[in-house]
Design a protein around this ligand. Structure first.
Ligand code: DGY
Length: 439
């Protein structure tokens, strides 16, 4: 396992572009928002200083409205589509930052978790490392709060306690069955400017990636945003895709709680901490409100069709992250997570949660978010379970996650039955998960 940690550290160094770590060498040659947070979690045990740099780079691309964009483009790096020329945020969006080129959408708010891991690790070191971490926190605290405030306001204007997304990419789970119905409503216009995918020339088996039909819709949504100048208020009415994402909402509740804890411990302004506690409560309740009383399973909501979206995917477990279910419902949901519909399915190679249940009709064992096991999700559940006091469950996920990782490919996702590595190899956040587990 020290050897595995060394290989993971070597991988992150290899993907290091200087002040950012690319999400993966060829497929994702830039910085992705939630990837960067997980990467910082993995860098923290190696170097608190370098982990701080990673988050500083991300936050230097924060939009003027507070949004952290889903991609920060590395200077002069080609080979990814859609790149800056397709988004054109600086030209079209008054909120775009003056600094680096970015995309015009957001991604799940896991960043507070990274800040906490950095502060935790810094305490194991001497005064100068601790000072680096604390200086970072004091300097970036207002930006972190602005980020959370933007999510709570711009993405939950009606205060339902759930975050609205206007692009499946914002969920991080691009082609999950969760969004199939909502995407059926996205009809690409005849005037969708032509484009050429880059991903399928890198991942040579196209069935591991979203389909061309799906991509047309992804690009059409980008086009709708461009025409609305990426304006928060306009998006609420012009976008043909609008969903309340229960998983992102649970992550947000958790992140608000984590940030509030940090704020209390490191003496940040009381008013901020109070606001964060308030959001944590609102979003925890928003998540629980979607859950089935008996099974505890949570749902997304399609804002355009005005109907609930029930799927047997990771989304149903959102309340396990944020808490608040009745004891009975929570026990039922844990049983589902560990039982034969998910981690306990008899044919699984490792007892880790697949992105979609193997017994669901939507399950595709090799197709991106339609079935494969994503190590970073195993990490997130294992971290959250530890936080909730479920040490044994957390430990089991870690043990199984490390067994899966021992093939050394650090793949983006894995085939649940065979354990075959899929998608991009040398994915940074996979290495980062391993480093935190072994750190
Ligand atoms: C991609 O390009 O596949 C990413 O998931 C979009 O952010």
């Amino acid at each position: 396992s020290t050897q595995l940690a060394a290989r993971a550290a070597y991988l992150l160094r290899g993907n290091d572009l200087g002040t950012m770590t690319s999400a993966a060498p060829r497929l994702y040659p830039h910085m992705w928002s939630w990837d960067a947070a997980f990467v910082a979690v993995g860098l923290a045990p190696l170097s608190v200083e370098r982990a701080v740099v990673e988050l500083d780079t991300l936050l230097s691309a924060q939009w003027k409205n507070g949004m952290i964009p889903h991609i920060v483009f590395a200077n002069g790096v080609d080979g990814y589509f859609p790149g800056p020329a397709r988004w054109e945020c600086r030209k079209l969006a008054s909120n775009a930052p003056d600094g680096p080129d970015t995309s015009g959408i957001t991604q799940p708010p896991v960043h507070a978790i990274a800040v906490q891991r950095i502060l935790d690790h810094s305490r194991r070191h001497g005064r100068s490392t601790r000072a680096v971490a604390e200086e970072f926190l004091n300097r970036r605290w207002p930006d972190l709060v602005r980020w959370h405030r933007w999510l709570a306001h711009a993405r939950d204007p009606k205060e339902t306690g759930r975050i609205t997304l206007y692009h499946g990419w914002e969920s991080g789970m691009d082609n999950s069955p969760r969004w199939d119905r909502a995407y059926a409503n996205v009809v690409p216009g005849m005037d969708l400017p032509p484009y050429r995918r880059a991903d399928t020339s890198i991942v040579s088996d196209p069935t591991q990636r979203p389909s061309d039909r799906e991509y047309d819709r992804y690009l059409w949504l980008v086009e709708q945003m461009r025409r609305a100048n990426y304006d928060d208020f306009q998006l609420t009415s012009v976008m043909s895709f609008a969903v309340e994402d229960v998983f992102v909402s649970a992550i947000f509740a958790l992140a608000c709680e984590v940030l509030a804890d940090i704020g209390e411990e490191y003496k940040q302004p009381h008013a901020d901490v109070r606001e964060l506690h308030g959001w944590a409560e609102r979003f925890r309740a928003g998540v629980v409100a979607t859950a089935d009383e008996r099974t505890g399973a949570a749902k997304d909501y399609d804002v355009r069709l005005q109907r609930w979206i029930s799927t047997e995917t990771l989304a149903m477990f959102a309340p396990l992250l944020s808490g608040g279910l009745s004891r009975h419902a929570e026990r039922a949901l844990l049983n589902t997570f560990e039982g034969p519909r998910f981690c306990g399915h008899p044919d699984l190679r490792y007892a880790l949660p697949p992105s979609t249940s193997p017994v669901s009709k939507d399950f595709r064992p090799r197709e991106y978010w339609r079935g494969p096991v994503w190590p970073v999700m195993s990490w997130l559940f294992s971290w959250a379970f530890a936080r909730r006091g479920w040490a044994e469950r957390s430990y089991m996920l870690r043990a199984e996650g490390l067994r899966q990782a021992s093939d050394g490919s650090f793949a983006e996702y894995y085939e649940p039955y065979t354990g075959a590595p899929l998608g991009s190899m040398q994915q940074s956040w996979t290495a980062a998960s391993v480093l935190d587990w072994l750190g």
